[in-house]
Design a protein around this ligand. Structure first.
Ligand code: GLN
Length: 198
C-alpha cells in the first residue's frame, strides 16, 4: 500500500477546508489545515479553497500570509486554487486593481454566472485526470470564470461561458468545487503534481 508520502496543506482561513482534507487523505497523502504562516513550512503542496475572495484576501493580509505564500509559490511548491482560490492566484481580476498573489497568467471574472444563479452542477470534461473520457460532475457556487489565459497556461476544462480549469507549471486552478462530489480525480491530479515536484 502506498504510504502517506507527501503532506499537503489547506489554507484554513475560510471556506471548505474539511472536505479538501478528506479528499487529500483519500488520495493517500497527509492533509493539514494551515492556520498561520508558520504552518506552511512543513507542506509540499497547498490548496487554497473556495469561499469569498474578498474575505480570504483580508485574512491573508491580517495574518501576514502574503509574503510567505509568495515564497512558497516561487519555491516551486505546487498550489491549487479552487473558486475563490483561483481569484487569489490570478494575475488579473476584472474590476479590481489589486490582485493577491498574481501567479497565474489569467484574467478572471468574479460571479461570472450572475448573482441570481447561486449554484449549479454541470458535467464537464477535464483533460489530464484519470479516465478523462468520463465527465466530472462540477459544482459551481457563485463561481468565477477565466476569460483569458496567457501562453504558458494549459487549459484543462472549458464550458460555453469560459475556461474553468487550467494549469501553469506548478499552479493548478479551477472555478468550481471539486471537493464537494465523491469524485477524487482532480485531487489525484494535484497530489500527483505534488509527488512529482517533491
Ligand atoms: N464569488 C466568490 C468570490 O468572488 C467565489 C465563490 C466561491 O469560492 N465559491 O470570492
Amino acid at each position: 500500500m502506498a504510504g502517506k508520502d507527501v503532506t499537503i496543506g489547506v489554507l484554513a482561513l475560510q471556506g471548505a477546508v474539511r472536505e479538501h482534507l478528506a479528499m487529500i487523505e483519500r488520495c493517500g497523502a497527509r492533509g493539514v489545515a494551515v492556520k498561520r504562516p508558520s504552518g506552511l513550512s512543513g507542506v509540499s503542496g497547498l490548496i487554497i479553497p473556495g469561499g469569498e475572495s474578498t474575505a480570504i484576501g483580508k485574512l491573508i493580509d491580517e495574518y501576514g500570509f502574503a509574503p510567505e505564500l509568495k515564497k512558497v509559490g516561487e519555491a516551486g511548491t505546487p498550489i491549487f486554487g479552487t473558486c475563490a482560490g483561483l481569484i487569489v492566484l490570478a494575475r488579473r481580476v476584472k474590476g479590481r486593481h489589486a490582485t493577491l498573489l498574481g501567479f497565474v497568467d489569467v484574467t478572471v471574472e468574479r460571479n461570472a454566472f450572475g448573482r441570481q444563479v447561486d449554484s449549479f452542477e454541470r458535467d464537464i470534461m477535464v483533460s489530464g485526470i484519470d479516465d478523462a473520457d468520463r465527465p466530472f460532475r462540477a459544482v459551481f457556487i457563485r463561481a468565477p470564470v477565466i476569460e483569458e489565459a496567457g501562453p504558458e497556461v494549459e487549459v484543462l476544462a472549458r464550458i460555453d461561458e469560459g475556461i474553468v480549469m487550467a494549469r501553469q507549471g506548478t499552479f493548478l486552478v479551477g472555478a468550481f468545487h471539486p471537493e464537494l462530489t465523491g469524485d477524487d480525480r482532480i485531487h489525484r491530479l494535484f497530489v500527483d503534481m505534488v509527488r512529482q515536484a517533491g
